[in-house]
Design a protein around this ligand. Structure first.
Ligand SMILES: *Cc1c(COP(=O)(O)O)cnc(C)c1O
Length: 385
């Protein structure tokens, strides 16, 4: 039986041609495609600078580094996210603080961010869960008031809009992070990016990606003017987080189809939500008036009476060919975080969200008959529980 996964890439002949062209060229990595991908991204979302990384996780690590997060600092984020959002803070020795979520969107509550601020807080990291933008205006106001850096984890949200702005243009933040993992809005195989309008952050990001090294003469700390052309300087402890030209070529080619992908995702969501609107078993995802979601996921939420049946429901959906998934196990409930001292009950609404949430298949290459199959299968399984 064919299983329909919860998410899947959409690769065309144009993508394949773009990658093969790089394979036949002189540069497999650190060639012209990297900058071209960065410029296309920045252009598409309306930010000044883009820096691509080998993954979204590496991009988060870079953004937190550029923000200056260190072992003295706390950052505030949502527990309903992929582990990387919080882990990347741990990479720098910083302390993630979890603020609870809105039960309908799954996004962080601005008021609870403000309550969680201490004199150690350095950064706020809202996650645009499922592609639905968080309440960025309120969050930006809090960041400004308390002089905090705000970084959007927009790994779900390339192609989304908040009010009249594109996610990624950093109108309401210092940096925005994307991922190009195959299930995301567009893919580069693996890959990630940080967008910013701040030149200082941009320079740090570029160096962090490549061992903390610069070759820019004006930036040298050793002001000896007899440096040979071989000269380079390491000024930070960085990493090899480079993205290759092969990946970048795929990213460039995919980015051209972003609008098409999002339009298709929105069509599928409209069909689902029409079919499931009056379900007595679960609530369908919402889209607030300030948001245009990129619909990375279609997260249904079981109603009170069915919460305790999630295990069975999930198993039955899988047995019938729906590759459903759960997004997410709240980060603070993971054993590693429990050992660090985070306790169950820390974020009751996030923990409740986890009890209810199931993501059903949603990706742009789904056919109309696959969409019907998902609807019919879902309806019939719930009718029998
Ligand atoms: C995918 C994802 C990441 C990490 O991206 P990778 O490219 O897989 O490293 C981080 N945060 C969120 C919310 C994600 O969905």
């Amino acid at each position: 039986m064919k299983i329909l996964p919860y998410g899947h890439q959409c690769i065309g002949e144009d993508d394949i041609k773009a990658v093969v062209k790089v394979l036949r060229s002189d540069f497999l990595t650190q060639g012209p495609r990297v900058k071209e991908f960065e410029d296309s991204l920045a252009n598409r979302v309306g930010a000044k600078f883009g820096v691509v990384f080998s993954s979204g996780t590496a991009a988060l690590h870079g953004a937190y580094f550029a923000a200056g997060l260190s072992s003295e600092d706390e950052m505030i984020t949502s527990p309903i996210t992929f582990l990387a959002t919080a882990n990347a803070a741990l990479f720098l020795g910083a302390h993630p603080v979890f603020a609870d979520i809105e039960p309908d969107t799954g996004n962080i509550v601005p008021g609870l961010i403000e309550e969680a601020i201490t004199n150690k807080t350095k950064a706020i990291v809202p996650v645009h869960f499922s592609g639905h933008p968080a309440r960025l205006k309120e969050i930006a106001e809090i960041a400004q008031k308390h002089r905090l850096i705000s970084i959007e984890d927009a790994c779900h949200a390339l192609g989304a809009q908040y009010l009249s702005t594109n996610i990624g243009d950093c109108t309401y933040s210092d940096m925005t992070v994307f991922s190009f993992h195959p299930v995301k809005s567009i893919t580069a195989g693996e890959g990630g990016a940080v967008l910013t309008n701040n030149e200082d952050l941009y320079k740090k990001l570029i160096m962090f990606r490549h061992h903390g090294v610069t070759k820019e003469e004006f930036a040298f700390q050793n002001k000896d003017n007899h440096h040979g052309r071989w000269y380079y300087e390491m000024q930070y402890l960085g990493y090899n987080y480079r993205l290759t030209d092969i990946h970048s070529a795929l990213g460039i080619s995919q980015l051209k189809k972003l609008d098409k992908f999002i339009t298709r995702r929105r069509e599928i969501v409209e069909t689902y939500s029409k079919a499931f609107r009056n379900s007595p078993f679960f609530d369908v995802p919402v889209e607030k008036s300030y948001a245009k979601s990129s619909w990375h996921l279609y997260p249904i939420r079981l109603k009170d009476e069915y919460k305790s049946r999630k295990f069975d429901i999930f198993e039955k959906l899988r047995q019938k060919g729906l590759g459903v998934q759960v997004h997410y196990i709240p980060v603070h409930l993971q054993p590693y975080y429990q050992h660090l001292g985070y306790e169950k009950g820390l974020c009751p609404d996030a923990e409740d969200f986890y009890q209810r949430e199931i993501s059903i298949p949603l990706y742009p290459s789904m056919t109309d008959s696959e969409i019907d199959f998902v609807i019919d299968t879902t309806v019939s399984i719930f009718q029998k529980i």
